[in-house]
Design a protein around this ligand. Structure first.
Ligand code: HEC
Ligand code: HEC
Ligand code: HEC
Ligand code: HEC
Length: 131
């Protein structure tokens, strides 16, 4: 984990002790004030820190492509979703077409439902993918 991530996770776990907020279902779309966001990013909305993903606190457009990697480590991602040898290149984070150079927002939505890029052409099974 990267230092920024460790700190965020630490604060989130500390917070969970004091609130009932940890009963949300992982990854679900949830209403935070005026905005929909992901329950796993709850702390970012609690602080109204839109700028943890966007370049400013009053965003009007998509964040930069690489912003997710400020907190999520590429090597850990590839490991987390590794598949058996015969399905190796179905790993969403190290796949046949993009290698590790994966465009996060082509599959993961933040304020909207996620849509898996690969599903347009393949029927690979990703049981842990959160719509
Ligand atoms: C400021 C830090 C930060 C940024 C930026 C960030 N995340 Fe997260 N993310 C977290 C934390 C903290 C968690 C909860 C801990 C965990 O599950 O790893 C999380 C959880 C997740 C999860 C659920 C993980 C699981 O175990 O199922 C996904 C998927 C995710 N983030 C995707 C993204 C994507 C895509 C982006 C870019 C649009 C992004 N994150 C940007 C901090 C961040
Ligand atoms: C091709 C589609 C695709 C792209 C692009 C993609 N992901 Fe994922 N991601 C997935 C799928 C599918 C899963 C669930 C894996 C499963 O079910 O085996 C996942 C799971 C995750 C998780 C949870 C991993 C865990 O610990 O279980 C995180 C965090 C995450 N993605 C972040 C990212 C980030 C950050 C990027 C950009 C660098 C990214 N993803 C790019 C499809 C994608
Ligand atoms: C965890 C990262 C993250 C955080 C925090 C975040 N956003 Fe976003 N935002 C995204 C992503 C990813 C997109 C691309 C569209 C999508 O996936 O929903 C986006 C897109 C947007 C857009 C463009 C929408 C469009 O359709 O053109 C706006 C506006 C926006 N966000 C506003 C906000 C506001 C306001 C906040 C704070 C309350 C916020 N965002 C917090 C990740 C984030
Ligand atoms: C626009 C259509 C399209 C999309 C989207 C797409 N692929 Fe493919 N993919 C193909 C074609 C065409 C082939 C080569 C012919 C074949 O094997 O079906 C292929 C082959 C593959 C193969 C090797 C053959 C196999 O079936 O095992 C893998 C693995 C693969 N793709 C993974 C992915 C993953 C993971 C994604 C999502 C990031 C993805 N593809 C997105 C069209 C696509």
């Amino acid at each position: 984990m990267k230092p920024q991530m460790i700190l965020t996770v630490f604060i989130m776990s500390a917070l969970a002790v004091f609130t009932a907020e940890n009963t949300f279902s992982a990854g679900a779309l949830k209403q935070f004030g005026d905005h929909m966001g992901r329950s796993h990013h709850a702390l970012l909305y609690k602080r109204q820190s839109c700028d943890s993903c966007h370049e400013n606190s009053e965003p009007t457009a998509f964040p930069a492509d690489f912003v997710c990697l400020d907190c999520h480590d590429e090597v850990e991602l590839v490991q987390a979703t590794a598949r058996p040898e015969e399905e190796k290149w179905q790993n969403p984070h190290n796949n046949m077409h993009y290698g590790k150079d994966v465009p996060c927002m082509e599959c993961h939505g933040e304020h909207r439902e996620s849509e898996l890029l690969c599903a347009g052409c393949h029927s690979f099974d990703y049981p842990d993918f959160k719509k």
